[in-house]
Design a protein around this ligand. Structure first.
Ligand code: ADP
Ligand code: ZN
Length: 607
C-alpha cells in the first residue's frame, strides 16, 4: 500500500483529506525529511501530529512515536487507521497475542507508525530494534522531560539512551507547553542534535475568554446557568477546585435539568473511564471535573470550558481552556472567580513542594483574573509572546476600561529595578517603594536608595496591580529560575530613555468588578436554527458510523467537516471531496452515505 512514495502535499491530500499545510507545518516536515532534528512548539490544536505523521509516510520505514499516555496513543492510532494508515501502539493494555502480532508486523516493515511509552520502548531488547527500520523518532508531549510542569516523567530523560539504537535517525520533539524553563529543559535533556527550532504563536484566535471576579456563590451559579442554557447540545467541561465541589455542583445542575457527570481522582478507575468514554462518544455533553480530567483527551469538539474556581496557575489555565475548540471552530471560555477561591489555593500552594514558586504563580493568576487588560495579551505575555493588537475576543476588549497615563510611575519602577541590577522580587520591590522596614530590605541596603519610600502614598495591593500590569503588557518579566527577580524588557528601556508613554487601566474595586456587564456572546449563542437541523442529522449519521467502527464520533469526522457540509451542501462526489478531512479512505467508506443524506436534505428543503 505504501510502495509508491509521494510528496508531502500529495500525502496530505489523499491520506488526510486536507488541501494545504498550516503555519510552519511544511517547513517542519521538510526539515525532518532532510534528516535533521527539530523542536516544535505549537499550541494545542495547532496541528503537531501531521508534522511527524506526514514524514512517516514520505519516507520508507516506521516512525517510532513516544507518547506518555495510553489514551493519547489509542486516539491517534484510531484516527490514522480510519484513514487507512497502518499504525499500532505497544503498551500494557494489550494482550500477549495482540502484542505478538504487532511486533511481528513491525519486524516485517508493515507498520508506518508505532506508538509507545518511553518506559516500554526502553524495555525492548536491542535485537528487536535491529529488526525494525525506524525512519524517525517523534517525542510527543516532550515537556514530560521537564520537572517544572506537573507531567514530569522520569523515563523521558532516558530517551537519549533509546536513540543510541538508531544513531542516524532524526528525532523531533513536540510540545504545547510554552514556558521558557520547560523549553530549556527539553533542549538540554532530550539530546537533540543541533535541532531546528520552530516556535508558533500560542494565540488561539477561535477561543473567546471571559472572566468575572469578585463573585459570590449565588452570582457564580446564575452566570453559569445562563451560560449553559445558551449551549444546550454543545459539549463542555466545568472545572472545580475540589472533588467535593464537583459532586455538589453536579447535583445542582441535575436539579436544574442539566444532564451531566462528575469526574475526579477520588473515583474508582472503572467509573472514571465510563465518564470519560461517555463524554468522548458524545453521550454526555457536560462534565464537572477537577484538573484530573482532560489529560489525554483529544476530543476535538469541546465547544466550551468553564472554570468555576480560579485555576492554580497560568499554565493550567491555558492548558484547560485549550481543550475547547481543537477543531478550529469557536470555543467559549468563562472563568468565574470568588474571593474564597484564593484561600484554598493559597493553602494548596503552601503545602506543595515549592511553596514560594507556587504562591508567586498563584499571584500571577489572580492578577490575570482581576486585571483589565486584554486577556490574551496578558496570557500570551506570560508565555513570552507579545500580541501586537488587542484580541477583540475577550471580555475586556468587548467592554474596555478607562486607561490613563502612568509613565512617571513606570519610570520610577524601572529605575529602581535597574539600580538594583534586576535582583528584586515583586515583594521586595513593593517594600522598597513603600519604605518598608523589613529585615531583608535593610540588610541588603535598599533603605539607602533614593527611591526608598518614593511610593508611600499608594497602598500595597495597588502597587502589586501596577507591577502586574507592567508585566502583563510585557515591560517586565519574572525570572522564575532566579528568585523571581523582575527583569526589564527592551520596551522598558525605551520608556527609561524617554521614548514611549505607558498607559495603564484603572485599578478596579471589587464592587465595580461585580457590576461589569456580561459579554453578550456568553448568554446569547443560538445558532441559525435551519443549519442546526442539518447539523444534527449529520451528527446522527456520524454517531451511527462511530458505533459501527467502535471509535469516538470525532475520530470519524471533526465537527469542522460537518459544519462545512452544512455551509456548502456538497451534492456530488467531487464537491464532497473538497470538504476538509475527507481522505481517500473516508470518501470510499462513508462518502455515499453522507451524499445521500445531503441530497435528501436538499430535495426536502426545495419542496
Ligand atoms: P495538536 O496535536 O497540535 O494539538 P492536532 O495534530 O491534533 O493538534 O491537530 C488539530 C486539528 O487540526 C486536527 O483535527 C487536525 O486534523 C487538524 N489539522 C492539522 N493540520 C491541518 C491542516 N494542514 N489542514 C487542516 N486541518 C489540519
Ligand atoms: Zn482581548
Amino acid at each position: 500500500m505504501h510502495s509508491t512514495l509521494h510528496s508531502p502535499e500529495e500525502i496530505l491530500r489523499s491520506w488526510f483529506g486536507y488541501d494545504s499545510f498550516r503555519g510552519q507545518q511544511k517547513k517542519i516536515i521538510d526539515t525532518i525529511v532532510a534528516g535533521k532534528d527539530a523542536f516544535v512548539l505549537m499550541p494545542t490544536g495547532g496541528g503537531k501530529s501531521l508534522c511527524y505523521q506526514v514524514p512517516a509516510l514520505v519516507m520508507p520505514g516506521t516512525c517510532l512515536v513516544i507518547s506518555p499516555l495510553i489514551a493519547l496513543m489509542k486516539d491517534q492510532v484510531q484516527a490514522l487507521r480510519i484513514n487507512g494508515i497502518e499504525a499500532a501502539f505497544l503498551n500494557s493494555s494489550l494482550g500477549a497475542e495482540e502484542e505478538y502480532s504487532i511486533l511481528q508486523k513491525c519486524g516485517e516493515g508493515k507498520l508506518k507508525l508505532l506508538y509507545t511509552s518511553p518506559e516500554r520502548a526502553l524495555l525492548m531488547p536491542q535485537s528487536f530494534w535491529k529488526k525494525v527500520n525506524v525512519n524517525l523518532i517523534a517525542v510527543d508531549e516532550a515537556h514530560c522531560v521537564s520537572q517544572w510542569g506537573h507531567d514530569f516523567r522520569k523515563e523521558y530523560t532516558r530517551i537519549g539512551e533509546l536513540r543510541a539504537n538508531f544513531p542516524d535517525v532524526s528525532m523531533v520533539a513536540l510540545t504545547a507547553t510554552a514556558d521558557k524553563l520547560t523549553r530549556k529543559d527539553i533542549l538540554t535533556h532530550l539530546g537533540l542534535h543541533q535541532p531546528e527550532v520552530f516556535i508558533s504563536s500560542f494565540d488561539r484566535p477561535n477561543l473567546s475568554i471571559s472572566v468575572r471576579s469578585g463573585l459570590r456563590s449565588a452570582e457564580k451559579n446564575d452566570l453559569l446557568f445562563s451560560f449553559l442554557a445558551a449551549r444546550r447540545n454543545d459539549a463542555g467541561i466545568i472545572y472545580c477546585i475540589s472533588r467535593k465541589m464537583c459532586e455538589v455542583l453536579s447535583g445542582m445542575l441535575f436539579e436544574r435539568g442539566i444532564r451531566n457527570a462528575f469526574y475526579h481522582a477520588g473515583m474508582e478507575s472503572v467509573e472514571r473511564a465510563r465518564v470519560q468514554d461517555a463524554f468522548l462518544h458524545d453521550e454526555i455533553s457536560v462534565v464537572v471535573a477537577t484538573i484530573a480530567f482532560g489529560m489525554g483527551i483529544d476530543k476535538s469538539n469541546v465547544r466550551w470550558v468553564v472554570h468555576y474556581n480560579l485555576p492554580r496557575n497560568m499554565e493550567s489555565y491555558y492548558q484547560e481552556i485549550g481543550r475547547a475548540g481543537r477543531d478550529g471552530l469557536p470555543g467559549d471560555t468563562l472563568l468565574l472567580y470568588g474571593a474564597r477561591d484564593l484561600g484554598m489555593l493559597g493553602y494548596f500552594a503552601t503545602q506543595s513542594a515549592q511553596p514560594e514558586l507556587q504562591l508567586e504563580k498563584l499571584h500571577r493568576m489572580q492578577y490575570f483574573a482581576e486585571s483589565r487588560i486584554c486577556r490574551k495579551r496578558t496570557l500570551l505575555s506570560y508565555f513570552g509572546e507579545k500580541l501586537t493588537r488587542d484580541c477583540g475576543n475577550c471580555d475586556v476588549c468587548l467592554h474596555p476600561p478607562r486607561f490613563s497615563d502612568h509613565t512617571k510611575t513606570a519610570q520610577l519602577v524601572f529605575t529602581l529595578i535597574e539600580r538594583c541590577r534586576e535582583q528584586l522580587s515583586l515583594g521586595i520591590l513593593v517594600g522598597v517603594l513603600r519604605g518598608s522596614n523589613a529585615e531583608e530590605i535593610r540588610s541588603r541596603g535598599f533603605h539607602l536608595l533614593q527611591q526608598f519610600g518614593a511610593g508611600r502614598e499608594r497602598p500595597e495591593h495597588e502597587w502589586r496591580q501596577v507591577i502586574y500590569q507592567l508585566t502583563g503588557i510585557g515591560y517586565l518579566e519574572v525570572a522564575y529560575d532566579d528568585h523571581h527577580a523582575l527583569r526589564l524588557n527592551p520596551s522598558a528601556q525605551e520608556v527609561l530613555a524617554g521614548k514611549g508613554r505607558v498607559q495603564l487601566a484603572e485599578i478596579p474595586s471589587r464592587k465595580t468588578e461585580r457590576n461589569r456587564p456580561v459579554p453578550e456572546i456568553l448568554v446569547a449563542h443560538q445558532r441559525d436554527a435551519d443549519s442546526g437541523e442539518l447539523f444534527e442529522a449529520l451528527r446522527k449519521l456520524r454517531l451511527e458510523i462511530a458505533r459501527e467502527e467502535k471509535v469516538a464520533p470525532y475520530i470519524v469526522f471533526h465537527d469542522k467537516s460537518l459544519r462545512e457540509m452544512c455551509d456548502r451542501l456538497p451534492l456530488s462526489e467531487s464537491e464532497l471531496r473538497s470538504i476538509s478531512g475527507l481522505s481517500d479512505r473516508k470518501m470510499e467508506k462513508y462518502g455515499e452515505r453522507f451524499l445521500s443524506l445531503l441530497r435528501e436534505w436538499e430535495s426536502f428543503s426545495q419542496s
